[in-house]
Design a protein around this ligand. Structure first.
Ligand SMILES: N[C@@H](CCC(=O)N[C@@H](CS)C(=O)NCC(=O)O)C(=O)O
Length: 214
């Protein structure tokens, strides 16, 4: 049985969503980011990213991490793709072409979307923040235009239906959702993201996040 390390309020949200989608059994060890302590201290959570016991799992001191037998994985999107193949049934690839597409979309999300989307989320308030927000939003317009075209005429990243490819892209784009107008420029992408987030497994993951201290 796999063991997932990381609190809900982290990129562990990505594998947690996948695990809730497929209903696989797993052990959950809620390791918290050291930099969030003491504010994010939670009853029963004894490990932080700088705890020696966790550093034996991920020497980089970051969450999420996953162990499954002898396998140790320490990149959230790699963990999602692995879990989809090992436990996800139809959430995982059915053939080499789908494997390639899922890998492509995960790499695309990590390289073209995640950083500017995080910048949107972190933009400070006030006049300086407005300028940062505008620059970060502009960086997202090209990938969003591609996503918009891709989702015109199909409901999910793979035409056959919801898969791990939706989770990896939706979770990276989520950071930009707080922008007041950006996603409305891309109605197909916006509707797809909302569709993904309406799924019971996402809602279960989100409830877990909301139950943790911010
Ligand atoms: N590329 C990594 C990034 C992991 C990462 O930055 N994790 C954050 C939490 S979301 C973390 O552990 N931060 C604690 C730290 O860097 O000290 C992934 O996607 O798994």
């Amino acid at each position: 049985m796999p063991t997932l390390y990381g609190v809900y309020r982290s990129r562990a949200s990505r594998p947690l969503w996948l695990l809730f989608e497929c209903g696989a059994d797993f052990d959950h060890v809620p390791v918290v980011q050291a930099y969030r302590l003491p504010g994010a201290a939670m009853p029963g959570v004894t490990l932080a990213t700088n705890s020696p016991d966790f550093l034996t799992v991920n020497p980089q001191g970051q969450i999420p991490a996953l162990t499954d037998g002898d396998l140790v994985l320490t990149e959230s999107l790699g963990i999602v793709l692995y879990l989809a193949r090992a436990y996800g049934g139809a959430l995982g690839p059915a053939n080499d072409a789908e494997t390639a597409l899922m890998e492509q979309w995960a790499l695309w999300a990590a390289t073209a979307v995640e950083t500017p989307a995080l910048e949107v989320m972190m933009a400070p308030q006030g006049e300086m923040g407005e300028a940062t927000l505008a620059v970060s939003a502009e960086k997202l317009r090209r990938p969003l235009a591609r996503l918009e075209k891709h989702l015109t005429g199909q409901d999910h990243m793979l035409p056959r239906g919801f898969t791990a490819a939706d989770i990896v892209v939706a979770e990276c784009l989520r950071y930009a959702q707080g922008h007041p107008t950006l996603l409305s420029e891309f109605p197909q992408a916006k509707a797809w993201l909302e569709r993904c987030q309406a799924r019971p497994a996402f809602q279960k993951m989100w409830a877990g996040r909301m139950a943790e201290p911010a």
